[in-house]
Design a protein around this ligand. Structure first.
Ligand SMILES: *Cc1c(COP(=O)(O)O)cnc(C)c1O
Length: 356
């Protein structure tokens, strides 16, 4: 792993904040230049938060089985994605491998960090193209120099925008094929019945798994994401993050949600019910050509005329995502599974479109 790191990160002397220097309980805190007063009606905001969000990580271990000493909390998983680029990829030199169509943020973070993007597209049925991937990785290995190396490979499972999860066996194959860092983004893991790549962490030192509380846990605004990886990788990610990257109120809310796991599970069942119903009903709408299988809380739907239907829905106050310009997604909309009422509004609008 060390040989994959950027030199400046490998030799970094991390910023040491007040909450790192002293971590016990004390009577009087005069170490962090905080203001003891309170102006907004809540007691939990005038002190700096725990930089390592230990309580949240403890709860993640208890509720989700994510090992306490192998996790780091990010300001959403987006922050963790960006930080992986900043740890491993030398700007203007190194590259990452993406498998489009996939989550758009990977490419944006690559561009921001001046990292070259290589691609091995999914098949037209949105499956991993292992033979093409093998060829690409072998080619890269053969042409690699000290000045340019493929560092990261992103697998989004279940994949956004296609919605399908990849078999864990294929993820394992990729981990053993690639000698860089494999990042498995499991933002939609909870909605899937596929096993988690967390179970591969014992086997592979080069694996990072990402989770988030933004989707199934209904905390998109709290900005709480998680990376699970080897202790070595976690230590590096901790060394270079913003000291107080996740605010105290967000940590509190995350804890609260994790204590409501039973209710969240019921909520998940509701979404899965709606997923089955919406799938059946969408398939019967005339302007729908194909509904792709989903292991997530959205559907990729091929329609007769995506731009036209997108604007038609917009006019009715219904916002979906037009994904037509993405690889293999011609005339495709991505539709989030909403409440029963919201889904009904969508369905009746789509049925009316046929006659519009
Ligand atoms: C929504 C999403 C994220 C972002 O999650 P945050 O934790 O809210 O930053 C990450 N990856 C994928 C694939 C997503 O769809």
């Amino acid at each position: 792993m060390r040989e994959l790191l950027r030199e400046n990160i490998a030799t970094l002397k991390p910023y040491s904040c007040a909450r790192n220097d002293f971590t016990g309980e004390a009577e009087v805190y005069l170490d962090a230049n905080e203001n003891w007063q309170e102006f907004v009606g809540r007691e939990d905001v005038n002190r700096y938060p725990d930089p390592l969000a230990a309580m949240v990580r403890k709860a993640l271990e208890e509720v989700l089985g994510l090992p306490f000493d192998q996790t780091i909390i990010g300001n959403g998983s987006d922050e963790l994605i960006d930080n992986l680029f900043r740890c491993f990829c030398r700007p203007g030199k190194d590259s990452v491998l993406l498998m489009p169509p996939t989550y758009g943020a990977y490419r944006v973070f690559a561009d921001i960090n001046d990292v070259i993007v290589k691609t091995v597209p999914l098949t037209p049925h949105f499956q991993l193209d292992l033979p093409a991937l093998k060829r690409c990785l072998a080619e890269e290995k053969a042409s690699r120099t000290n000045e340019a190396r493929l560092k990261l490979l992103f697998i989004c499972s279940p994949n956004n925008p296609s919605g399908n999860a990849f078999p864990l066996d294929e993820v394992r194959t990729i981990c053993s094929l690639f000698d860089g860092i494999v990042v498995v983004d499991e933002a939609y893991f909870d909605f899937s019945s596929q096993a988690s790549a967390v179970s591969l962490l014992g086997e592979f030192e080069n694996l990072v798994v990402l989770r988030t509380l933004s989707k199934c846990w209904a905390l998109a605004s709290a900005r709480v994401g998680v990376a699970i990886a080897s202790k070595e990788i976690i230590a590096v990610l901790r060394s270079m993050k913003y000291p107080y990257n996740v605010g105290g109120p967000s940590q509190d809310i995350a804890l609260k949600a994790l204590k409501q796991a039973q209710r969240v599970k019921q909520g998940l069942a509701l979404i899965k019910e709606e997923r089955a119903r919406l799938r059946t009903e969408l398939a019967q709408v005339d302007c729908v050509v194909q509904v792709f299988d989903s292991d997530a809380n959205f559907f990729l739907v091929r329609v007769t005329d995506a731009p036209s239907i997108y604007h038609y829905l917009l006019g009715k106050g219904i916002i979906v995502r037009n994904r037509s310009k993405e690889m293999h997604c011609e005339n495709c909309l991505r539709i989030t599974i909403g409440s029963k009422q919201e889904n009904d509004v969508l369905l009746s609008a789509l049925k009316e479109y046929e006659h519009a």
